[in-house]
Design a protein around this ligand. Sequence first.
Ligand SMILES: [Zn+2]
Length: 400
Amino acid sequence: MNQESLNRFLRYVRVDTQSDENSPTCPSTAKQLNLTKMLQQELAVLGIESEIDEFGVLYAKLHGEPGLDPIGLNSHVDTALECSGKDVKPQVIECYDGGVIELGHGYSMSPEQFPNLAKYKGQSLVVTSGDTLLGADDKAGVAIIMSVLAYFVAHPEIKHHPICVCFTPDEEIGRGPDHFDAKKFGAKYAYTVDGDTPYDIAYETFNAASATVKIQGKAIHPGEAKGKLINAQTVAMAFDRALPEKQRPEFTEGHEGFNHLVGMEGNVEEATLHYILRNHDQAKLAQQKEDFAKAKSDVEQAYPGAKIELTITDSYRNMKEVLDVHPEALEKAREAFRKLGLTPTSKPIRGGTDGATFSFKGCPTPNLGTGSYNHHGRFEYLSVSEFETMIEIVKTILLA
Ligand SMILES: [Zn+2]
């Protein structure tokens, strides 16, 4: 076991870096800077200069062989909102017996609940103490990048590409790449190290849009309502029913897109529905948008007198569009996997990544794994051997 890399990881997860979607500042929480500043100090010890900009984004560069493409690496320092990241007490299980793991605080995990665990029998895992998340998402990524930098600094005889590093805040609240500056970053292409299995190179994200449906009804005293009342909430329910039922997230997987009702509020007079629309295929997303337009006209016909206002806004796009035209990042990663005797998969991500935005900002950026699983909750864990495999993969990608 590479104790130094593991120690890095254990050190980083102990720093509380939860982001906050209700905060207007950037970074959303000042405590994220505690880790970013710690990283800056550790980089300085390695002799690597770095800069933390006004938005809390850290940029650093390790010089490499002149003439080779600068390759970028990114991870995010914040942790998810769903579970506390305060006072994380990581537990290292040195030789997992394949049975039930008692986390603490009345929680345990077992291969019955999480079948993936069975394959780590006899190996080392890092788990939580049951009352917080682990924060391997994405501090495992941060530790992988720092370990790779430390390795190349310790081995100046090993020739490698120039390495551009950037650590971002606020990924978990979708604001991570808002202030990402591709020019300052300086990479020809990059990788986010922010996934689970180390054996996957992900480069397909959803195309994403959101829809707001505002319904204006007609409120009348219910005692005198006959023939006059139009209940906006009834119309809202009819609108939801008018959309294709099988395109709800609970019926979809793989490359299947969905329309997801994420919020609704209202009264008799007016009601509002909030949806997110997702599809890997831009043409199919366009069809989903048409389904919304059709639902609007159908429901307007069924409820004359109700007014429906439909607004659809695009958010992020599938990075595959960019990577199909600029495949160097994928080719370079696949070559590294081959050198290590590994065959990577490429599963479509059913979400977005910061890499999608990086890609559209001019830096093609697929996503790599970290060897950690069950993100965003108390059952999060890290496979130490997969974490170490990931360090080897990233190193190999960067070799000259
Ligand atoms: Zn993440």
